[in-house]
Design a protein around this ligand. Structure first.
Ligand SMILES: N[C@@H](CCC(=O)N[C@@H](CS)C(=O)NCC(=O)O)C(=O)O
Length: 206
């Protein structure tokens, strides 16, 4: 298998983190330079179907994009440690929190960064301050809810580290590019965040 990835890009980092948690090392890593537009080159785009990273090329040539779909595929191949839930109940609540963290935290944080970091203007048709501001408000609303949820909990869902923790932590880490830090008063969020960042696998793709 080949993983097309890009250093510092948040969605590929989710996949690198999952590989590291599972101790998988036999995936060829192919670095795509987004800032140089390599993901838009016809050879890449036609192969994977979209001008995005990450993409996982399977040995039969199938290309899977969408970071969560890739991570689910990896979980099916390498079930332990489990990141998506063992039984139906666990899978439902992990999915619920993973989607919440993606829609209400990671995506808004990503838009905040892309619409405020000068170097990322090249990736947007129009870099717009209002989009950054609006999305920061959305993300911080979710952070406050997550902070309350994390009172007395070490992880976002279940009693162990899951995909939801990866998605949320990567989303917050990406915002460090603009020197963003979550509001200081969110102590439960801060404790959880530091614990996630301290995991050895957190370094993968960071
Ligand atoms: N929903 C997709 C998003 C993929 C995505 O947008 N990747 C970014 C890098 S994090 C990208 O390829 N950006 C290129 C661009 O915007 O031109 C996923 O989860 O994989």
């Amino acid at each position: 298998m080949k993983l097309y990835t890009s250093q510092r890009a948040p969605n590929p980092r989710r996949v690198r983190w999952v590989l590291a948690e599972k101790g998988v090392t036999d995936v060829e890593i192919v670095e795509i330079d987004i800032m140089a537009g390599e993901h838009r080159a016809p050879a890449y785009r036609d192969k994977v179907g979209v001008p995005h990273v990450p993409a996982l090329e399977l040995d039969d040539g199938t290309c899977v994009t969408e970071s969560i779909a890739i991570c689910r595929y990896l979980e099916a191949l390498y079930p332990e440690p489990n990141l998506f839930g063992h039984d139906a109940r666990e899978q439902a609540v992990v999915e619920m929190w993973t989607r919440r963290c993606e829609f209400y935290l990671a995506n808004p944080m990503m838009l905040t960064v892309r619409h405020s970091h000068p170097a990322l203007a090249a990736l947007e048709a129009t870099q717009t301050t209002q989009i950054a501001d609006y999305n920061k408000v959305t993300a911080e609303r979710f952070m406050r809810m997550l902070d309350r949820h994390l009172a007395g909990r070490d992880f976002i869902v279940l009693d162990r580290f899951t995909m939801a923790d990866i998605v949320a932590c990567v989303g917050l880490d990406f915002a460090r590019l603009i020197k963003y830090r979550p509001p200081e008063e969110l102590a439960n969020l801060a404790r959880w965040y530091e614990a996630c960042r301290a995991r050895p696998a957190a370094q993968a793709g960071a």
